[in-house]
Design a protein around this ligand. Structure first.
Ligand code: APR
Length: 320
């Protein structure tokens, strides 16, 4: 059986880390695509030369030609530009929308059967636009945000409770970052819900609130510390988990930006919800009963996404 093929569109900080992880895990052959000349080929060559030391077998290729992503089984998209000082949200939207258009058309022409994971920000709008431009089925295009947000949440909870991160699960809904909606009742240590842990004296509501707040601002905290760029290790590893769920038909239950058709009262938008990812892409949207507070917070998230989509439609009339 031929190796799987993983195309990484955008070979920057996250793209390079994705390539490293995909090769180390022998997920398949890797194509690094970027508009920057030379750089993707340089990264591919460097990573290939890690192969003999690590003992992985994967062909890595860098390219600026969309034809090289032909037949990819998975495409992970990080192409785009970050927001720079002085740039308005609409400036950023305009630039990254154009990028999504080029990427969507490249995918449509070369690998329409791929499972596509979008990471480019602003995530909930970009994944929607990428789906529109590519024309792929909605179950084959998802956004990576919830796995990262919940990983950040799990990290902080594990530190607070002084237990293994492996034993902490977190349940988050809604948009990426600021509008993330953590559901504490469904976040657990070895199955024990956080509210019960508070009752057991393991922590306090105040500390939980502070952790939720830090998680929401988790990306910004790293941007501040790095001084030049944004997080890349955890975002890459989160997307790889989603890719593996698809390639290995694992039917993982993961929080992702998925297209909703009435679930949670939302129709036609991409919003962060738990989904089952298997060989058919998004196989199921997990719809839970929300309490009143979560409903209000989720609606804030949905409204923020709607507003972004309206802005996108204003910028590119083909999306209207
Ligand atoms: N086609 C392909 N690649 C492109 C295009 C395009 N039209 N436009 C820009 N790129 C490439 C850039 O050349 C760059 O190498 O996308 C890459 C982005 O990499 P970085 O700037 O290093 O950004 P990174 O940290 O990887 O984050 C990528 O993910 O989390 C989000 O907010 C983040 O939107 C950003 C994305």
């Amino acid at each position: 059986m031929a190796r799987k093929k993983i195309a990484l569109v955008g070979a920057g900080m996250i793209g390079g880390t994705l390539a490293h992880l995909a090769a180390m895990k022998e997920m398949g052959d890797v194509v690094l695509f970027d508009i920057a000349e030379g750089m993707p080929a340089g990264k591919a060559l460097d990573l290939s030369q890690a192969g003999p030391v690590e003992g992985f077998d994967a062909n890595l290729k860098g390219t600026s030609d969309y034809k090289d992503i032909a037949g990819a089984d998975v495409v992970i998209v990080t192409a785009g530009v970050p927001r720079k000082p002085g740039m308005s949200r609409d400036d950023l939207l305009g630039i990254n929308l154009k990028v999504m258009k080029a990427v969507g058309e490249g995918i449509k022409a070369n690998c329409p059967d791929a499972f596509v994971i979008c990471i480019t920000n602003p995530l909930d709008a970009m994944v929607w636009a990428l789906r529109e431009f590519s024309g792929l089925p909605h179950n084959k295009v998802v956004g990576m945000a919830g796995v990262l947000d919940s990983a950040r949440f799990r990290h902080f909870l594990a530190e607070e409770f002084d237990v293994s991160m492996e034993d902490v699960t977190a349940f988050v809904l809604g948009g990426h970052g600021d509008t993330m909606v953590p559901i504490l009742e469904y976040s657990t240590v070895a199955g024990i819900p956080v509210p019960d842990l508070i009752k057991m004296g393991w922590s306090t509501q105040e500390k939980m609130d502070a952790i939720v707040d830090r998680t929401r601002k988790g990306g910004g905290e790293i941007v501040q510390l790095l001084g030049n760029g944004s997080a890349y290790y955890a975002p890459a590893t989160s997307a790889i988990q989603m890719a593996e769920a698809y390639l290995k038909d694992k039917k993982r239950v993961l929080p992702c930006a998925a297209h909703l058709t009435g679930q949670y009262g939302v129709d036609g938008l991409y919003v962060g919800v738990p989904i089952v990812i298997g060989a058919n892409g998004v196989e199921r949207v997990v719809e839970i009963e929300l309490n009143d507070e979560a409903k209000v917070n989720f609606q804030v998230s949905v409204d923020a996404v709607k507003e972004l989509l309206e802005a996108c439609k204003g910028i590119d009339s083909s999306l209207a």
